[in-house]
Design a protein around this ligand. Structure first.
Ligand code: FA5
Length: 349
């Protein structure tokens, strides 16, 4: 028997020495360790031996099996190493100090404005939340007090999927999820809900210099005991003076949104024409930038918050329009145009 084992050992060593690639090694592995392999065959001969012989024979076969397994693994490593060396040596040499072929990219103006707003609001203790672009009818409308057939739906026609879901027409679609996420901390630990959630919105509407079918908003909510309109005005003013770093003329006028009561439109004096009137502000001298208001009790209730105990404000900042005003972009459509000549002039500050 031990003669047979030596024969196997020698033949294996010879084959292993001549194997040049992973495929050849796999074939050798099958030849010796596979189901019908030489080592497996040795095991099968055990049945004719006495119990005493079986024990020592079995040990010897195991030693052989381990030797073969280890030798194959070692050779696999050697072959891999050799292949890697060949690959490295065949790579073209390049000069790491050569100037880059591609020019450095730049940030999109909306990215810059979004980061700026996030920085400002997180410095005031707001959490930054992300939310999906595809939402349900409930999230986008019903949960924010716009039931089916409510006329307010006409203002926000959007794109529907065949499964009934839709592309969100406003960031308010995330309000319900935010209230549900934070209400436990509000009620049990007394932590106010303070969150902003920027996102892309979609509306099926005609485009012009200040309307796009795809644009960005940033929603913000704050809920606690005794939140009032003065809190809302404070945060809006702080945000605008930080973003523009100068005094901006603003006006607050009543506005209707089913999810706030009372509701306001916050307009800023058009910075493109200085308030004279131009296509960017539809000749009015003012630009609707940030509707806002006190969260409607029904909306709080839908989010699991008791409106008898808590109040809050919400705003929906038009981030695309903010980017236009901040960077003097006259036509909103330039922002989605992919026109690198005009977009690449913006860099991170
Ligand atoms: C809303 O979308 C409300 N969800 C905002 C809100 C939130 C109100 C919370 C109260 C409380 P509105 O449809 O007005 O409201 O849009 C908000 C802002 O998004 C507008 O002031 C404008 O700056 C921007 N916006 C709206 N439609 C477009 C569009 N087609 N293109 C570019 N910006 C738009």
């Amino acid at each position: 028997m031990s003669e047979k084992m030596n024969e196997i050992r020698q033949a294996f060593s010879e084959k292993l020495r001549n194997a040049l690639n992973a495929q050849a090694l796999e074939e050798i592995r099958i030849e010796y360790l596979g189901k019908k392999g030489a080592v497996t065959g040795l095991m099968k001969t055990m049945k004719d031996l006495s119990n005493e012989e079986k024990k020592s024979f079995g040990q010897q076969v195991n030693v052989l099996k381990n030797e073969i397994t280890e030798a194959i693994a070692k050779k696999v490593e050697q072959i891999k190493q050799k292949e890697l060396e060949i690959e490295i040596n065949s790579m073209p040499e390049f000069d790491v100090s050569a100037p880059p072929v591609l020019e450095r990219g730049s940030y999109h103006p909306i990215t810059l404005v979004q980061r700026e707003c996030e920085r400002i609001f997180s410095s005031m203790g707001f959490n930054i939340e992300d939310y999906s672009e595809i939402v349900t009818d409930y999230e986008c409308f019903e949960a924010v007090n716009i039931p089916k057939h409510h006329p307010a739906r006409d203002m926000q026609d959007t794109y529907y999927l065949t499964n009934g879901q839709l592309l969100k027409s406003h960031t308010s679609a995330a309000q319900n999820a935010i209230y549900r996420k934070y209400r436990k901390a509000l009620v049990e630990e007394g932590k106010p809900i303070k969150a902003i959630f920027p996102g892309r919105c979609f509306r099926n509407e005609a485009t012009d210099a200040c309307h796009e079918n795809t644009f960005f908003q940033m929603e913000g909510v704050m809920v606690d005991r005794n939140i009032s309109i003065s809190n809302l005005i404070f945060f809006m003013k702080t945000m605008l003076s930080e973003v523009f770093q100068k005094d901006i003329k603003v006006r607050l006028r009543p506005g209707f949104f089913p999810f706030v009561e009372p509701g306001f439109e916050l307009d800023i004096s058009c910075l493109i024409c200085g308030g004279e009137g131009c296509p960017s502000c539809k000749q009015s001298g003012w630009l609707e930038l940030c509707p806002c208001g006190m969260i409607h009790p029904e909306v709080l209730r839908a989010g699991g918050i008791d409106p008898e105990e808590y109040t809050g404000f919400a705003f929906g900042l038009g981030m695309t329009r903010l980017a236009m005003m901040k960077y003097g972009i006259k036509d909103i459509r330039d922002l989605n145009s992919g026109n690198l000549k005009s977009l690449s002039q913006f860099t991170a500050e």
